[in-house]
Design a protein around this ligand. Sequence first.
Ligand code: HEM
Length: 189
Amino acid sequence: MKKTTINKATTTLIAGAMLWVASLASCSKDNKNTTTTLTLYDSLGGSTMVADPSNSGAMIEKGRLGIRSVVDSTIFVIAADPAINSQFSVLLAEVTAGNLSGFSVLSKNLTDFFCVATGAKNFTYAGKSMTDAHNPATNSRVTTKSTNADFDAFVADLVTGANKNALPAYLIARVGAVVGTLRTQVVQK
Ligand code: HEM
């Protein structure tokens, strides 16, 4: 039976969802006096190219850089979180052994996923569906199905990861609103 656990982070994010929905209607006028709706990806930095601090000489979209930074911080927060880190045992065993290949794939897939989910135009997500990604029967890198409590812990870790990158509260709330829509696909017990 599914447990419904709503903690403080989730409550904050639900409140933020209302702000997010309202802000979807926020528009800007370009110099042709046409109206453009700003996506969350635009608010995170959008497609403006900036130097990639992790790849000397390479450029990266500012929105993607922000999302990748939050994703990587969040993976480290999860790795240290006893509430859910046992579910990432395959990944953690690899990293402990000095093998970062699984980390790189997860970082890319999560970054692509959140780029697409927030409205990026220049990326696609090629990973598993949210249902298959979180079912041990269809993803051997997952040790067990997730509960509502696991999902809440994941969201709290995501908020911590976002705060480590100084993301403003209203943008954290908007990212949280996107994440909240995925609960029924991720929670499978
Ligand atoms: C809305 C929330 C979540 C999103 C958007 C999300 C997204 C993803 C994505 C995109 C992947 C990669 C799939 C692939 O490689 O094909 C993944 C993998 C995974 N997720 Fe989630 N996830 C969420 C919540 C959770 C929760 C609550 C847990 C458990 C506490 C969890 C545990 C895992 C694990 C263990 C993997 C495999 C990691 C690896 O490849 O080593 N996820 N998730």
